[in-house]
Design a protein around this ligand. Structure first.
Ligand code: ADP
Length: 394
């Protein structure tokens, strides 16, 4: 069966069309600047790529365009071939602990959490509504970034702040990247043929989060109430002393919104290095001797290593550590730096196994107390699997 995986942003729509259960990617693409004057789309299929400029006033027009292109390009013979559409939804609060079939009533429940993810949830919902309109008889499934993390206990998800903040305003740790961490956990448990693994999953991309998982259930994760918390990222600070905000407001005159924006968009690798948020640029600058780039890299690796050590303790000893996403899958430099900083856990990198990009591979020696695997993530596939499971239940 054919399943579409969709990620809708406020002015974009990313899709992957998959043949399931074969897990074969048939086509993928991106619709950009929807609702703006210079909207366009790219579709990749069969080793080819088309790019077209096309006015698209809203997501419904984009979805209609996508459907007509899929037929016109002979990627599918008719729309009836698509049996399910899976949507990435960022925030399901503490209510949605797994993926769900979407209808108007469920969407209203999801919309309650727009206040917790104002940049993402309304856009995600807009995407779902567009597909519901164009494909009213096809199963639409919502797959939440937060869902995998709902197994955390209150000792992990509560902040040590006045309890009413939680009771009245829902302030707690939610965690994100859940679909990626779930995919990594599923993949490594299947590979090692062990359902009771203690896994530390490290999603290190432009955004980044580390998750401690025991027997398929999240124990703790590094992102928090928002994706700003945890490790240092491309442009996000990760954990800092929150009093810095009040101090910076008083010395710069900036307000809390501007300062939070600085923490989200101007911090992390970019803020410290002053070079770029892209780890490739920072690596290149560090190699040519740029001191702030060297410092940024060192801090970046340390924050990750510290979280791994903390989660190793929390799990009572991890069975396996997985590295994934843009940096984890591709940067041998950063992998080496991180592993060197967790040597005290008995982790031993095998340098001869580390010189590669983007494959599933173990990179530690046979003596390493905890094996470390690079596991390419595939959130689109995870969304397609969940969607297929609902289609099969119909
Ligand atoms: P996101 O999905 O959060 O936008 P990705 O998972 O795509 O991010 O990761 C993007 C990061 O991966 C960038 O910092 C980029 O530099 C890094 N990356 C991608 N390819 C490589 C590479 N070959 N070497 C080092 N870093 C890489």
């Amino acid at each position: 069966m054919k399943i579409l995986s969709v990620n809708a942003g406020s002015s974009s729509l990313k899709f992957t069309l998959m043949e399931m259960p074969e897990e074969k990617e048939i086509a993928s693409g991106l619709f950009e600047k929807i609702g703006l004057s210079d909207s366009s789309y790219t579709i990749k299929y069969n080793g080819e790529k088309i790019k077209k400029d096309c006015p698209m006033e809203d997501h419904t027009v984009a979805v209609e365009k996508l459907m007509s292109e899929l037929v016109d390009l002979n990627i599918i013979a008719s729309l009836d071939e698509i049996e399910g559409v899976g949507h990435r939804l960022v925030h399901g609060g503490q209510e949605f602990s797994e993926s769900v079939v979407l209808n108007d009533e469920v969407l209203d429940r999801v919309a309650k959490y727009n206040i917790l993810a104002p940049l993402h949830n309304p856009a995600n919902i807009m995407g779902v509504k567009a597909f519901m309109k164009v494909m009213p008889n096809v199963v639409q499934v919502g797959v939440f970034d937060t869902a995998f993390h709902t197994t955390m206990s209150e000792t992990e998800y509560l902040y040590p702040v006045p309890y009413e903040w939680y009771e009245l305003y829902k302030v707690r740790k939610y965690g994100f990247h859940g679909t990626s961490h779930r995919f990594i956990d599923m993949t490594i448990r299947k590979y090692l043929n062990n359902d009771n693994l203690k896994v530390i999953s490290c999603h290190i991309g432009n955004g980044g989060s580390i998750t401690a998982i025991d027997s398929g259930k999240v124990v703790d994760t590094s992102m928090g109430f928002t994706p700003l918390a945890g490790i240092m990222m491309g442009t996000r600070s990760g954990d800092i002393d929150s009093s810095i905000l009040e101090y910076m407001a008083s010395v710069t005159g900036k307000n809390i919104v501007e300062l939070t924006n600085d923490l989200n968009k101007k911090s992390g690798l970019l803020g410290v290095s002053g070079v770029s948020s892209d780890s490739r640029d920072v690596e290149a600058a560090a190699e040519s001797g740029n001191e702030r780039a060297i410092l940024a890299q060192e801090m970046y690796a340390r924050k990750i290593a510290n979280y791994i050590a903390m989660y190793n303790n929390l799990l009572g000893g991890a069975d396996v550590i997985c590295l994934t996403a843009g940096v984890g899958e591709n940067s041998k430099t950063m992998r080496k730096m991180i592993l060197e900083k967790i040597a005290s856990l008995g982790v031993e990198l095998d340098e001869s196994k580390n010189d590669f990009r983007g494959e599933f591979r173990c990179i530690t020696t046979n003596n390493s107390k905890i094996p470390v695997y690079v596991v390419p993530t595939n959130e689109e596939l995870m969304i397609a699997i969940d969607t297929m499971n609902f289609v099969n239940q119909k």
